[in-house]
Ligand binder design. Structure first.
Ligand code: 16G
Ligand code: ZN
Length: 547
């Protein structure tokens, strides 16, 4: 087989001309932007995925088209590496350069990538591509597929799927189906079968009730949950709201990001009893948070930190009963609520590490443990088990019932990436096992009040951080000023970091009271405005806000 790089240029010129001059960067979540500027980006990512597959000796590479929790007009694209991980960092740079060259330079540039990476263009390549349910996704999927075809790669289209399903398919294919078959049906079968075996017919227990409200963010997570329901035989009774088509726009006033950031229930909530368990996923179903309203109509959030602590406590206990020695570790980011970290370290006595924001950092760190649990506060997370841990558990399962349960738990978890639906089924399993309702779950610890601010600055990259983003090293002097301010607040904690997905600096603050945290966030926000080139209106001092 021989390829002709002219074809790439011809496709680009005729069908996917680059219509934006703005520099676009492969960030923590791949490329994101307004859908109308992404056709050429998608085409080129199809080209890159094909090259990456050849570079990785014919392993399947995944391409997911989604803008996750972003508003409906946005879209985006992410590449999935052979083991289900995010694209290797050195290739993020290759991706950025490739999408920013002009159409005229494209042919030569692709030739250069092939040469630099010594890619054998006569070898086979396999690309899997899937998309969320935005109305512009099918058009963009065609562009990715054409990118693969231009370089004579093999492309398999999965249509509308969640991001974690795509990761599952890629890993299934690359493990020769040891992880499952790369089909939608195999994914449902694996998760549902484990879930039902774990329930073992006991659908209610103690305070645990078998029904919940599920906010699908009008995204693909809603559609797939409807598929789960069809196959679950009422082992869990799920009412899906914000179902998509005909209901509302993706992520608009709904979804995990809305619920977490606004600390408010989504639109279309039916009237439910106080303390009803509710769950929200994001637009591509790789994040999940729980929430409920109490009998005084107070909203309560049970976020990624809560899920992590619930899972860690449960797994610690189960592993102990398996009578095997495994190193369990929990990975968080600086956004984890201080109360959750204290609880994990002091009560659960599980080691905690803190890494920079972004799934790849968490996933990578979690792989260092036999059982690595990672969650971002925003609800993205999963659990990974090392190969040796899996063999030990399988061996123990020959004689130990708890180890059998643990094997089912492993099947229920999507180890390849955070998976809202799989995580939800895991939480449901644990709550059922413990006989807990949301009150019992919340009682483990009380979150410290916290607040986030976005500050606009001339150039957000003037902020440089270290120590997993908890310490700011540039601009000089900013951290010292932050320390002085923080010292005035009981259990005060605050950090600043440039966003990886928006042109802003993010400020996080935490303290013992709502008033304190507002004041602390304001004071740190002002420091950023003053010392890091703030633009736009000055922040309003909350203590003067009533004036
Ligand atoms: C991306 C990351 C997410 C992170 C968020 C932070 C992945 C797949 N996603 O959505 O993990 O929490 O960015 O956004 O890595 P920020 O940098 O704008 O605060
Ligand atoms: Zn997402």
């Amino acid at each position: 087989m021989s390829i002709n790089l002219r074809t790439v240029y011809a496709f680009a010129r005729e069908m996917y001309p680059k219509n934006s001059k703005e520099l676009i960067q492969y960030g923590t979540a791949g490329f994101r932007g307004k859908a109308e500027y992404l056709d050429s980006v998608m085409f080129r990512m199809g080209v890159l995925a094909t090259l990456r597959s050849r570079y990785r000796e014919g392993a399947v590479i995944g391409v997911m088209i989604t803008a996750s929790h972003n508003p409906e007009p946005d879209n985006g694209v992410k590449l999935i590496d052979p083991k289900g991980e995010m694209l290797e960092s050195s290739w993020e740079k290759i991706a950025t350069d490739l999408v920013n060259v002009s159409d005229q330079e494209l042919e030569q540039h692709v030739g250069q990538i092939i040469k630099d990476n010594q890619i054998d263009v006569t070898s086979s390549s396999y690309v899997y591509v899937g998309m969320d349910n935005r109305y512009h996704s099918p058009r963009l999927l065609k562009a990715v597929a054409d990118g693969v075809i231009a370089l004579k790669g093999n492309v398999r289209e999965f249509g509308i799927v969640t991001t974690p399903m795509m990761h599952f398919f890629v890993v299934a294919a690359n493990t020769k189906e040891a992880y499952g078959k790369p089909t939608e049906e195999s994914y449902y079968e694996k998760l549902i079968s484990a879930f039902q075996k774990l329930r073992n017919g006991r659908v209610e227990n103690g305070n645990y009730r078998n029904s919940l409200i599920y906010d699908g963010a009008n995204g693909v997570g809603a559609r797939k949950m409807l598929q789960f329901i069809k196959r679950m035989n009422n082992s869990l009774c799920v009412t899906v709201i914000n179902q998509g088509i005909g209901y509302g726009k993706i992520n608009e006033d709904c979804g995990a990001d809305h619920v977490k950031v606004k600390q408010r229930a989504p639109v279309s909530m039916p009237a439910v009893e106080p303390f009803t368990r509710c769950v929200s996923v994001d637009g591509d179903a790789d994040r999940v948070v729980y929430f409920y309203t109490d009998d005084e109509e107070q909203f309560h959030l049970l976020d990624g930190d809560r899920i992590a602590t619930l899972v860690a406590g449960y797994l610690m206990d189960l592993i102990k009963r398996c009578e095997i020695d495994l190193r369990i570790g929990l990975v968080q980011t600086a956004y984890a609520n201080g109360a959750s970290t204290d609880y994990i370290v002091n009560e659960l006595k599980v080691p905690v590490s803190c890494v920079p924001t972004g799934v790849k950092h968490l996933h990578h760190k979690a792989l260092e443990y036999d059982v690595g649990i990672y969650f971002e506060a925003n609800g993205h997370g999963t659990i990974v088990f090392s190969d040796s841990a899996k063999s030990l558990i399988a061996e123990a399962a020959k004689t130990n019932e708890n180890a059998k349960t643990l094997l089912l738990i492993i099947d229920l978890i999507n180890e390849t990436v955070g998976d809202a639906i799989s995580d939800m089924l895991l939480v449901e399993t644990i709550l059922n096992h413990k006989g807990w309702d949301v009150k019992d779950w919340s009682a483990a610890y009380s979150d410290l009040p916290n607040q986030q601010l976005k500050i606009s600055v001339q150039d957000r990259n003037v902020i440089k951080t270290t120590d997993a983003e908890r310490v700011c090293v540039e601009p000089q002097g900013l951290q010292e000023e932050i320390n002085k301010v923080v010292a005035n607040y009981k259990r005060g904690r605050s950090f600043v970091r440039p966003s990886g997905t928006e042109d802003v600096v993010r400020v996080y603050a935490e303290a013992t009271t709502k008033e304190d945290v507002q004041q602390l966030a304001y004071e740190v926000g002002r420091l950023v405005q003053r010392l890091a080139g703030g633009v736009g209106p000055e922040l309003v001092n909350p203590s003067n806000a009533h004036l």
